[in-house]
Design a protein. Structure first.
Length: 428
């Protein structure tokens, strides 16, 4: 039943993307089919093939062990504030992992290790899906790097990219997450349990890899390649200067990680405060005096405490939660998470998921599906980030980037949902 429902979900998501296609007749259905098959094969291997699952579990445990080293640095700077003496303090438990992982990533990039991994994944996608070199490299790079860092791998080629290639570049950035924030999600979704951290690390790593071909599929449906004669098929990683030596490179990575951590902390503080203010208006004023609060509580069996932003988003995105395999009784809550991710950002959505998980408000399967579905930068602010970031690399493409922004956001959202659908088919 799960397989049948999952197949229906995949077809519906592909059909939804086709509705917004710029040229339905030009869609390369061979590429679409291979992309979906690549997703399914990888998902099947890490969940159903024992030796692959064990290897992936080992990688996940190694990832969690690596993140645990950030605690030593946090203890030195913050003392008992970085322990559980005063409870779980987000700023001292999660943000240091972002700084540390950014430092490690910069070191791996300087040594050329990260580029080799990216090249290997790009080679597979280039050969199987017949993509251009820059498309393959940017899609593979987005698995590990952020949406403004991955384009640096193909910097020389961006000014001459076609609209379809630009769409692929933007969608890949929005459909995946950076390694630094992935580390943060593992830290607070897994809590203090190493077993839980390893489990969620496996989910998030799996989602990041599966989202790469999914992003290509959705972008190529919505903006198919029409000028194949000008496609650059060279698979060359642009060599960016990351410092004069390894220490310098890691220092730069630490500085960039600090900026990211401060940005995440400030963003969460601001958005959570704004949500609280909106909910005061919706629930404390409108809901209280109109009787909507009591109606919402009774109609949702207490899933929501009143008329709120989360409830409104849940109603809007509820149907998508059902499409990806969530039981109808939990679609309102998962729909709310999908809405928070799209309208606000995935960090706020993951915080809400962590709260639901702690309160056992969702079934284990719905938690897994939601974890996969939220794994991406597909929110409205990412449009501005990419137009500004990629536009600074290729000013001549600024107009195309602006025009493609909303389509890329939709394609990336559908890519994350398709990955979650496949995960829902495979998870017991």
């Amino acid at each position: 039943m799960d397989y049948f429902r999952g197949l229906i979900g995949i077809v519906l998501l592909l059909a939804f993307a086709l509705i917004f296609s710029a040229n339905k007749r030009a869609v390369d259905w061979r590429l679409v089919g291979i992309g979906v098959i690549l997703q399914a094969i990888f998902g099947f291997m890490i969940t159903k093939v024992d030796f692959v699952a064990r290897i992936f579990a080992t990688v996940s445990r190694a990832f969690v062990k690596l993140l645990s080293f950030s605690e030593d640095g946090a203890l030195f700077i913050f003392g008992d504030l970085a322990t559980d003496t005063f409870g779980f303090i987000f700023a001292f438990k999660v943000l240091p992992t972002i700084i540390f992982f950014s430092t490690v990533s910069a070191g791996l990039y300087y040594l050329g290790i990260l580029q080799k991994i990216v090249f290997g994944i790009a080679w597979v996608m280039s050969r199987t899906m017949r993509l251009s070199g820059p498309e393959s490299l940017s899609a593979a790079g987005n698995i590990f790097l952020g949406q403004t860092e991955a384009p640096l791998l193909v910097r020389p080629f961006i000014p001459t990219m076609s609209r379809s290639e630009l769409m692929c570049l933007m969608t890949g950035g929005m459909a995946t997450i950076a390694g630094g924030v992935l580390a943060g999600y593992v830290a607070f979704l897994g809590g203090d349990s190493l077993e839980e951290q390893s489990r969620f690390a496996a989910y998030l790593l799996g989602a990041s890899i599966m989202n790469a071909p999914a992003a290509i599929v959705m972008s190529k449906i919505m903006i198919p390649e029409q000028d194949k004669e000008v496609i650059n098929d060279k698979l060359e990683v642009s060599q960016e200067n990351m410092g004069v030596n390894l220490i310098d490179a890691m220092s730069i990575g630490a500085s960039e990680g600090l900026k990211l951590a401060l940005n995440v902390g400030g963003m969460l503080l601001a958005f959570i405060a704004v949500i609280a203010a909106l909910n005061f208006i919706l629930s404390g004023l409108i809901g209280e005096y109109s009787g909507l609060n009591a109606l919402v509580v009774s109609s949702t069996d207490g899933q929501f405490n009143g008329f709120s932003l989360e409830y409104i988003l849940g109603q809007i995105f509820r149907v998508f939660a059902w499409v990806i395999g969530v039981e109808w009784s939990e679609t309102l809550q998962v729909g709310s998470l999908l809405g928070q991710k799209t309208v606000i950002n995935e960090f706020v959505a993951y915080l809400s998921l962590a709260d639901m998980k702690a309160a056992e408000a969702l079934s284990p399967k719905s938690v897994v599906i939601a974890t996969y579905a939220l794994c991406g930068f597909s929110n409205f602010s990412s449009i501005a980030i990419q137009v500004g970031g990629i536009g600074s690399i290729a000013p001549n493409q600024q107009g195309n980037l602006s025009k493609l922004g909303m389509r890329a956001l939709l394609a990336a959202t559908l890519a994350c949902l398709m990955t979650a659908t496949i995960a829902g088919m495979l998870v017991d």
